[in-house]
Design a protein around this ligand. Structure first.
Ligand SMILES: Cc1cc2nc3c(=O)[nH]c(=O)nc-3n(C[C@H](O)[C@H](O)[C@H](O)COP(=O)(O)OP(=O)(O)OC[C@H]3O[C@@H](n4cnc5c(N)ncnc54)[C@H](O)[C@@H]3O)c2cc1C
Length: 302
């Protein structure tokens, strides 16, 4: 099964887009904002919070970056109008990080001004390692003016603890989403072994707890969830000091159990026409990929 899995992963990008969409529809709310609204409302009705994400990254011109800002503002207005329990997650390359630092900073300020007016919060996603330092710098610059944004740290980064310490002052009154990290990084930059990434995740979580920083514990890994539960006990953390976070369509039973057990849970709800890159990343990390694909082939023909 392992061999079959890695063979499929290698060719996954050669599959027709329509086929990928069949599989992707589990991980994305749909192409339109109203699809995301429907999904968030459903999650909210189960006591689950959301963070909405307009799919897209690596914007190549200013017009695209401005359009992404307009869409983000539209999402914030919609969340407010529809009374949804949802924050907004943003990738900085979508609003111009690779074009110009100041353009991206100004764009974030526009989004945060609207979020502040509507009493909402922005989670700044962390992208590949070419963006790490600029993302942290933008986060720190924004915190001089805005209190309504948090950042993400990837536990696979060898320097993750240093990055957190560098931003400690700004993080104290803010939040960190802690995740393993999804991008394919070189070994000089990122740990590669499953266990060393887990170990670092729990080390970083303990550091954040000890510094009284609000953490979004973003994982579907049962070992990490159990490890986090031990740290929650050790540091006497209450639901006001952390939350669990998961991706739409992943480990739904585990997610629902956490809610049943009284934990605060937030689900990442991506939507939009640029669903392709996101879906490919999700497919590559899904160990049940071959089965899912074979099932899809049969259900399509059947
Ligand atoms: C809310 C949220 C936000 C995130 N934001 C970022 C970010 O800003 N930057 C970043 O680099 N990464 C981000 N990630 C992704 C993260 O870094 C991991 O790549 C991803 O969560 C998988 O790691 P895991 O801890 O769940 O452990 P894994 O070991 O990958 O997964 C644990 C188990 O979950 C199941 N599982 C995991 N993924 C899938 C899947 N796609 N389909 C089906 N089952 C699956 C499998 O059963 C697997 O055994 C985010 C993740 C979450 C939950």
């Amino acid at each position: 099964m392992r061999l079959l899995n890695s063979a499929i992963i290698k060719v996954v990008e050669l599959f027709p887009k329509s086929f990928i969409y069949l599989f992707a529809s589990r991980y994305i709310a749909g192409e339109k904002l109203e699809d995301a609204v429907r999904t968030v409302r459903e999650l909210n009705s189960k006591g689950i919070f959301a963070t909405m994400d307009v799919l897209g990254e690596d914007t190549t011109n200013v017009d695209e970056a401005n359009a992404a800002v307009d869409e983000a503002i539209k999402v914030l207005e919609t969340i407010n109008r529809e009374n949804l329990k949802s924050t907004l997650s943003i990738k900085l390359t979508q609003i111009g990080l690779k074009l110009d630092y100041n353009l991206c900073l100004d764009n974030m300020k526009k989004i945060l001004t609207k979020a502040k007016e509507l009493n909402n919060y922005i989670e700044i996603d962390m992208e590949d390692s070419t963006c790490t330092l600029d993302t942290i710098r933008i986060f720190k610059d924004l915190r001089k003016e805005f209190s309504n944004c948090g950042m993400v740290m990837q536990a696979y980064l060898r320097k993750a603890d240093q990055y957190l310490k560098d931003a400690l002052n700004e993080l104290k009154s803010s939040s960190v989403r802690l995740c393993k990290g999804i991008y394919n990084e070189p070994a000089e930059i990122a740990f590669k072994g499953k266990q060393e990434i887990r170990d670092n995740f729990l080390r970083l979580l303990e550091f954040l707890f000890s510094e009284n920083i609000y953490v979004g514990i973003a994982t579907h890994d049962i070992k990490l969830i159990n490890g986090a539960k031990e740290l929650i006990k050790k540091y006497n953390k209450t639901n006001e000091q952390f939350e669990f976070q998961m991706l739409l369509g992943v480990k739904v039973d585990l997610r629902d159990q956490l809610v049943k057990d009284g934990f605060k849970v937030r689900v990442y709800v991506p939507y939009g026409v640029h669903w392709y890159k996101y879906s490919i990343r999700r497919m590559k990390e899904n160990p049940e990929l071959p089965i899912a694909i074979i099932k899809n082939i049969f259900s399509k023909r059947g």
